[in-house]
Design a protein around this ligand. Structure first.
Ligand code: ADP
Ligand code: MG
Length: 390
């Protein structure tokens, strides 16, 4: 039986799609603002993502349509070069194609239809998802021979250089390497990672979108990067280190007197302690101790709010509410902060009530209406085997 999305493909192109690919979005479970300090992050893939339906064409063009956006386009396969056009959505797949062609990969005409059920632009990485699903599909259809890690790196390079957003590698890594019921403890420097068993049992992952525009995020992000550099320089007077996360909390406490600026000291304290928390979190997850993991989530949030100062009244309101609900094991902001999403571990049978109460509380405190989603930890990019329920 044809699913609705396959019917949409037929409506769009007058033929059936020949293959369907899926790439998820992601959340970072713990390990925030430490990727640029050589620390450990712990993202996982979620069960929302981007579907890509494709069929070859003999017209020697790439055609791009998305059910999430009304703009569509087609470009000749043998264009001399591909350019970014304004802020249009199809820059993402065109950027990926541009990369393949510049590397001498031989591609031919393709009709493409994208559909995403990830809330777009909310920090759940719909951008990494559309990049990686396109790269994976091209690699598969045209036998381009890239490894999964190469697909991750080229997708990041497209986001950095073609789109112009300076993101790290975590997002593309998580959506490509995610595994059902596993969190990925990733060292952003070496790209060594461990898939940590994360059986959520009676719990699910609630994602609460503040629906607040993240205006401050970029300037404050750059400010934090600078503050961390200042802290590192100060510590180097006594320690032979390249990154703040090269030391644990104990060592940091012995040398933190070198950091004279009180604000810089707060930032560095968050970084070092958060990195230690990720290691404890991995242990709690693999011990199936979700209550302990939840405590670490709350501690992470508290540190991001008080020491790193990247939360805000919206994200704080969500976490404050969570602490009052016994069906919640833990909660924290996720992503760069100043808006975006919070995550919470919520008992499955209490989710409906949670969703209602957290929304009421949040709207009362902030005047915004949130969006609340439930997710499990899902698989990374791949060929979609089962019928799409949409
Ligand atoms: P986030 O990654 O947090 O969701 P970004 O602003 O980085 O937000 O990326 C969102 C952009 O990615 C969208 O504005 C659009 O250009 C592109 N995009 C994501 N998903 C889709 C989709 N399903 N169809 C078309 N474009 C998409
Ligand atoms: Mg993005």
């Amino acid at each position: 039986m044809k699913t609705r999305l396959q019917q949409e493909f037929f409506k769009a192109y007058g033929k059936n799609s020949t293959q369907t690919y899926f790439s998820p979005g992601r959340v970072n479970l713990i390990g925030e603002h430490i990727d640029y300090n050589g620390g450990l992050v712990m993202p996982c893939a979620i069960t929302f993502g981007t579907y890509l339906f494709v069929a070859p064409n003999s017209d020697n063009v790439f055609r791009f349509k998305s059910m999430n956006f009304s703009d569509e386009t087609e470009v000749p396969v043998h264009s001399a070069s591909f350019h970014k056009k304004d802020e249009l959505w199809y820059n993402y797949p065109i950027g990926i194609i541009d990369y393949f062609i510049k590397e001498g990969k031989s591609l031919s005409g393709l009709d493409m239809l994208f559909y995403g059920d990830i809330p777009i632009g909310s920090g759940l990485s719909s951008s990494a998802s559309i990049e990686v699903v396109t790269a994976f599909a091209l690699n598969d259809m045209f036998d381009a021979g890239y490894s999964k890690l190469e697909l991750v790196k080229l997708s990041q390079s497209v986001e950095n250089n073609f789109i112009g957003v300076s993101c790290g590698i975590m997002d593309q890594f998580a959506v490509a390497f995610g595994e059902e019921s596993k969190a990925l403890m990733l060292d952003c420097n070496t790209l060594d990672y461990e898939a940590v068993d994360s059986n959520l049992g009676d719990y699910l992952l609630a994602i609460i979108n503040t629906n607040k525009p993240r205006k401050l995020a970029e300037s404050k992000y750059n400010e934090r990067v600078q503050e961390c550099k200042t802290a590192l320089t100060a510590l180097k007077a006594e320690l032979d280190i390249n990154n703040l996360c090269d030391i644990d909390t104990g060592t940091f406490n012995q040398h933190k007197h070198l950091i004279k600026d009180e604000t810089v000291l707060k930032r560095a304290t968050h970084v070092v302690e958060e990195n230690d928390r990720v290691k404890l979190a991995a242990k709690a997850l693999s011990d199936n101790n979700l209550l302990e993991f939840g405590k670490l989530m709350y501690a992470s949030h508290h540190s991001l709010s008080e020491l790193y100062e990247v939360s805000g009244k919206e994200l704080d309101a969500i976490v404050d509410y969570c602490k009052t609900n016994i069906a919640v094991a833990g909660a924290r902001m996720t992503g760069a902060g100043f808006g975006g999403c919070a995550i919470a571990l919520v008992k499955k049978d209490a989710f409906e009530n949670f969703s209602k109460e957290v929304s009421e509380y949040y709207t009362d405190k902030t005047g915004y209406a949130p969006s609340v989603y439930s997710s499990l930890i899902g698989d990374g990019v791949g060929i979609l085997k089962e019928a799409v329920k949409a």
